[in-house]
Design a protein around this ligand. Sequence first.
Ligand SMILES: *Cc1c(COP(=O)(O)O)cnc(C)c1O
Length: 230
Amino acid sequence: MHPISKKLSELRKQIAHSAQKAGREPSSIKLVAASKFQSIENIKAAYEAGQRIFGENYAQELREKAEQLPKDIEWHMIGNVQRRNFKHLLPHCACLESLDSLELAETIEKRSPQPFTAFLQINIGDESSKSGLSHADTLSFVTQLKAFPKIKVLGLMCIPPFSEDPEDSRPYFAQLRELRDEINVTALLPQPMTELSMGMSHDFAVAIEEGATVVRIGSAIFPPRAQGVL
Ligand SMILES: *Cc1c(COP(=O)(O)O)cnc(C)c1O
């Protein structure tokens, strides 16, 4: 068995276990394989093991990989996008998980020929090193999305402050869930948001307990890669 295939099947078991522990259906949790800097070969190994959703951090890298890999892969953009790079995401990207600026929203509205699926990235720990909307700005941002009818906001995404102890992520995950529920109560969006993209290799179990519907996992699937090596 390919080592990636082995890690994936182990991970799927852990996801199912966490879901059951939280009284949730395992099928209600989507696994995004975070494949930044991973070779085509490694992504193919995950694909052959049944993985269909992959997340990339750089628009150009997403495009290059999408062009070489099977067309039934669902590509998510999970990294920061400069508006000038948005063109690389079309037509490959099924979901932008990191929408956090009106400039980018404007570009999507202008360039996307059809409805475009997005999550709002929230800087849940208010860290200056991280992108994302601040908790305080989120409601006003959502209000302004009315001007961009092509953008379909399905949910929220966050990367909490890093800590070795996954329990430290729990209050941030709970805050993201509460923020989603607050926004849904305002009915500012045409449809309520259902998704929460939260949890990575070290803290996905806690994220699932707090309501994650999408977990983005890299190092628990793939071998370590040197930065910037394709
Ligand atoms: C790399 C990355 C992940 C996956 O992180 P791991 O710790 O490798 O599981 C998740 N989300 C984002 C935005 C990432 O850049």
